[in-house]
Design a protein around this ligand. Structure first.
Ligand code: GLU
Length: 325
């Protein structure tokens, strides 16, 4: 079966066309594109919404209609793009790297058709704990109830990689949770967990919700072993969760982060990818106002932190506008 202008054609192609014209539906019906994101209270979901809003402004001219889907996160998005069920997705750059190279969660399962569109904004690996849980360093997770992330999330993938580097086993925890991102703040408030990890762009509604309902502490993730772990991987960078973003957390807290990358696959046509890139970049100043996590991004920074090759449709726009020579 092939997808053409949003209509699925099987062997009955001619019959379908006859039916389409009999109903006087335009022969070139809209092409639908879907962006996979993350939990609705995270930063991926509003990012997908912001992108679709810009893309849909041009739908009369482009015939492309964009919709956004809440999903389980980075790993889920790549697997679903690979299967052709999603056209685009927001994905952590460490997960992009592993999928394209066939390492980590993608060991022996290289996603060769994965393509980058742009590296949108920085995400920081954030350890949110209940204040009364007495967790002051990353090593204090031992014996505690900690949510690592649902299978399919980038959080879980990065948490397990970090644990490995620090010599922490999930069996060292009293409970290693697999709750979805949207469920984490309530679980923290209800004292079902002592803390959770979230790789996310700040400020995010998810952590605001948590800090408004229970006293929370953003726990530093640092030390010699963390430094080594960050240096060993090209897609990690050290950074602080800025102070003043969440109630009770006025100082910056050291950790490390990645980029949130918009990805697609070689199965998606050049026109669709070009249209998405053009919609964002032709309206870049407006786009930047759509979420505070974008406050420091530049057109140039969109090209930093890409670990899969650029899609041809994206490359066309970047070359036309001189961003890539
Ligand atoms: N980085 C997270 C993940 O891949 C999602 C963050 C978000 O939804 O903003 O699981």
């Amino acid at each position: 079966m092939m997808k053409y202008n949003g209509i699925l054609f099987s062997g009955k192609k001619l019959a379908t066309i006859a039916l389409v014209s009999a109903l006087s539906i335009p022969a070139f019906a809209a092409e639908f594109i879907t962006i996979g994101t993350g939990g609705v209270t995270g930063t991926y979901y509003p990012t997908g919404g912001a992108i679709c809003r810009l893309v849909n402004q041009y739908k009369k001219d482009t015939n492309i209609r964009c919709s956004v889907e809440s999903t389980g996160g980075s790993v889920y998005n790549i697997n679903t793009i690979k299967n052709g069920e999603l056209d685009f997705g927001t994905v952590q750059s460490d997960v992009v790297y592993q999928a394209y190279q066939g390492t980590g969660k993608f060991q022996g399962d290289k996603v060769e058709k994965l393509r980058s569109v742009m590296a949108i904004y920085p995400e920081l690996f954030t350890f949110v704990a209940r204040k009364d849980a007495n967790i002051n360093t990353i090593m204090d997770v031992k014996g505690k109830r900690i949510n690592l992330g649902n299978p399919g999330s980038g959080n879980e993938s990065t948490a397990l990689a970090l644990f490995k580097a620090l010599g922490i086993k999930t069996s060292d925890l009293a409970f290693a949770g697999g709750l979805k991102a949207a469920e984490m703040p309530d679980a923290l408030r209800d004292n079902k967990i002592d803390g959770y990890f979230y790789m996310v762009g700040h400020p995010t509604a998810n952590i605001k919700d948590a800090s408004n309902s229970v006293d929370v502490k953003i726990v530093p993730i640092n030390g010699k072993k963390v430094d080594k772990f960050v240096k060993e991987h090209p897609y990690f960078a050290q950074a602080d969760v800025p102070g003043g973003m969440y109630k009770g957390n006025d100082e910056g807290v050291p950790t490390f982060g990645v980029k949130a990358v918009l990805v697609t696959s070689t199965d998606v046509n050049d026109k669709a990818v070009y249209t998405v890139v053009k919609a964002i970049l032709d309206n870049f100043e407006d786009f930047k106002k759509l979420h505070p996590a974008y406050s420091n991004i530049t057109k140039e920074s969109l090209l930093e932190g890409l670990s899969a090759p650029l899609h041809e449709g994206a490359l066309k726009y970047y070359k036309e506008t001189g961003l890539i020579k």
